[in-house]
Design a protein. Structure first.
Length: 712
């Protein structure tokens, strides 16, 4: 256990200990934490003042973390369902022992395997915990050894990751701390006040130094309100805007010809591609005046200290991978990568020398006729549970996730979860929207209750998490749960018994150049350490001198990799599935935009009243022009619907959402009073163009006043 030298004496005589940790949640900041503990109890969580990124500051959610760890509704013992699937109330579940819970799971799994084969078992997990061990280690080994269906974990970032990787060759980007020295910052689909707080502090510092901040977003977010300019792009049309920016940069020769010649591939073809992407053409698609596009391109081309913070919302549509790729070409055109405070950041997750093969052991998977177990895309869980055969899914094991709330096409998901012949296990901290349908619920630990090691997708530091308190009740971390299940299932490979400390020490390749001169002892002592990458003025500059990870070693404007896969090899605009010209748009003319509430993290904190109370019930924001066209008044109850589902809730008139876009900030759970139906009942299982990504922001709806027969 890693403890600081600092101690404080409490009134009751206990000594307050400070134990180093890491925030486990799906946020690029991956904060270094201090767990303050006395008498075996977690008193408070603070940000580490020694960690340069965290700098002693935490978001409200994590600063109040004891509320989650000690919440009165927390699951603290295994439970067995005795009520109907999906039911509510105190009598839905009864406590059982771990022995009975594990015996039940093993018995069901063995029966399913005997009758249908192991592929009839599907694990479902994602980023409810981002630690390398809790996210994916012993769990993957267990399901691989079992021969269960594989899960394609694509619900968040896979389209953007694919687009970025074919262009830059890896997932690296501008150092978060260098943003403070930028002269222009473009927040493209990013709201850092809500989802990247420590970047926002650097943006504010740059602003004080004279930098210009521009937000590109269909919704005037909290961050956009504080920028110099808000450009309300139509959802899913970002690539058109980027192509028009390229047109202006080429036309006006705002290019770094030396950087292009040395470090890029395919400029001549790109120049031809963007020749007819005039600002006027893009304006008609993305809904931004041509003059604003001209000005944006001119500002971008005027300085190499121009940094783009690209975030994942803009890639959650039918053309999301190509949109990411197109925007990622911009810094190479102007040579912005030369400056530490220039370039682009979508993700830094590719910086880490992870031993995924060691942690996950895919070699344990059996093959049949040379084929590995089938892959199920997590975005299409509704279809997998209701229509998949060969064999059908007969068991679902959910951990680190809440698909009953977060998976798209929610009505289909709930229909699948409601199947009486589906055996469902949920390992979680609370009775979530998914756990209400479970046959067995298992109590999970929170981050102060287990050890782990973390990478980041927003900075370049490793962060260690050490257990600060004993698990609450009978809670277990994922690793120990799957060790126990492996023993009960009779799986004998020694790797299925490996302890957490060994997993932590093998999670990364300590012989990799990015960790040269570093040691685990340093990480243990400080709680964090920075990777070794080329630096300029103390900031990591991944592509200042080229060195892209593509097959050519260059930023690939032209991608032979994409051509071989049947994609357009050049940047282009791929319209959303439900774009303006689609059949869906004819019946449902409003695009639905669903960004997160500031104190929410998908559904993780949606049941913490102290965090959610200030928001009240979910509301639908409409631009006054759209409300007038539908004879709707502010505060009126409305129905919002499409062919997949519907909601009933109050509407609010706001110019923070652009015309043609209905915005619903979410993070609530399904049973939140004041709304009927749920936001993901409206979203689609359709996939993005690359990476099998989700398309949450590619969704059309219509809105109308509730008729008397709709009112309950």
């Amino acid at each position: 256990m890693m403890i600081d030298d600092r101690t404080e004496t409490q009134n009751e005589g206990d000594v307050r200990r400070v134990i180093k940790g890491a925030c486990p949640h799906d946020c690029p900041d991956t904060c270094a934490l201090e767990y303050h503990v006395a008498g075996g109890k977690l008193l408070e969580v603070r940000g580490s003042p020694a960690h340069s990124v965290t700098a002693g500051v935490l978001c409200t959610k994590v600063a109040k973390y004891p509320l989650r760890t000690y919440h009165p509704t927390r699951v603290t013992t295994p439970l067995r369902r005795v009520g109907p699937k999906g039911g509510r109330g105190d009598r839905q579940f009864v406590p059982i022992s771990w022995d009975e819970a594990l015996a039940t799971i093993v018995s069901e799994f063995r029966a399913i395997i005997a009758r249908h084969g192991a592929e009839a078992i599907l694990p479902y997990s994602y980023a409810g915990n981002m630690g390398m061990l809790q996210y994916g280690s012993m769990d993957r080994r267990f399901f691989h050894a079992l021969g269960a269906s594989q899960l394609d974990r694509t619900i968040c970032a896979s389209a953007g990751a694919a687009g970025l990787s074919v262009t830059l060759g890896t997932r690296l980007g501008t150092d978060i701390e260098a943003f403070a020295h930028s002269e222009l910052i473009i927040l493209w689909g990013s709201n850092p006040i809500t989802s990247n707080l420590h970047l926002w502090s650097r943006c504010q510092e740059a602003k004080r130094r004279g930098a210009r901040l521009i937000a590109i977003d269909p919704y005037r977010s909290l961050s956009a309100e504080k920028c110099h300019q808000w450009l309300p792009v139509k959802p899913g049309t970002d690539a058109a805007l980027a192509l028009a920016m390229m047109h202006v940069l080429v036309r006006d020769d705002r290019l770094d010809h030396e950087y292009i010649a040395r470090h890029t591939l395919g400029f001549a073809a790109l120049r031809e591609r963007v020749a007819d992407w005039t600002p006027e053409r893009a304006a008609a698609i993305c809904g931004i005046p041509a003059a604003d596009i001209e000005a944006l391109a001119a500002a971008y081309g005027a300085t190499k200290k121009a940094a783009i913070r690209l975030n994942y919302g803009m890639q959650r549509h039918g053309g999301g991978g190509m949109a990411t790729r197109t925007i990622a070409c911009l810094p190479a055109l102007t040579g912005a990568w030369r400056e530490a405070s220039g370039g682009l950041q979508l993700s830094t997750s590719g910086a880490y020398p992870m031993n995924l093969g060691y942690l996950e052991r895919p070699d344990l998977m059996p093959t049949r006729d040379g084929q590995l177990p089938r892959m199920v895309n997590m975005n299409q869980l509704g279809d997998a549970l209701t229509t998949l055969d060969g064999p059908p899914i007969k068991a679902l094991f959910v951990y680190n996730a809440n698909p009953g709330a977060v998976a798209p096409d929610g009505n289909k998901v709930l229909a699948g979860l409601s199947r009486e012949d589906l055996f469902t296990v949920v390992h979680d901290v609370f009775i979530t929207d998914t756990a209400r349908f479970a046959d067995i619920v298992l109590p999970a630990t929170t981050s102060p209750e287990h050890d782990d090691i973390h990478r980041s997708y927003g900075h370049y530091d490793l962060v260690l998490n050490r257990r600060a308190i004993a698990p609450v009740g009978e809670s277990l971390p994922n690793t120990e749960l799957f060790r126990r299940l492996a023993r009960r299932m009779g799986l004998t490979d020694p790797c299925l018994a490996e302890d957490d400390e060994s997993l932590i020490r093998h999670a990364f390749d300590w012989n990799h150049p990015s960790l040269a001169g570093q040691s685990f002892d340093t990480l243990e002592r400080d709680g964090f350490l920075r990777l070794n990458y080329p630096k300029q003025g103390g900031f990591i500059t991944p592509f200042a001198n080229g060195g892209f990870g593509t097959p050519s070693g260059k930023c690939e404007f032209y991608s032979e990799t994409l051509a071989r896969r049947g994609f357009d090899p050049l940047p282009n605009y791929v319209p959303p599935h439900e774009g303006d010209a689609s059949e869906a748009a004819k019946a449902f003319p409003l695009a639905l935009n669903t960004p997160p509430l500031r104190n929410a993290m998908n559904s993780t904190f949606g049941n913490i009243d102290e965090l959610m109370a200030g928001y009240g019930p979910p509301t639908l924001q409409l631009h006054p022009d759209d409300a007038t066209a539908r004879s709707l008044a502010d505060g009126q109850r409305v129905r919002v619907w499409n062919r997949r589902g519907s909601m009933q809730l109050a509407c609010r008139l706001s110019e923070n959402t652009r015309t043609g876009v209905a915005t619903l900030l979410w993070g609530h759970w399904r049973d939140h009073p004041g709304a009927e139906g749920f936001v993901n009942d409206l979203t689609s299982q359709a996939l993005a163009d690359m990476g099998g990504g989700a398309t949450f922001y590619d969704c059309r709806v219509e809105v109308a006043a509730l008729s008397p027969c709709d009112t309950r």
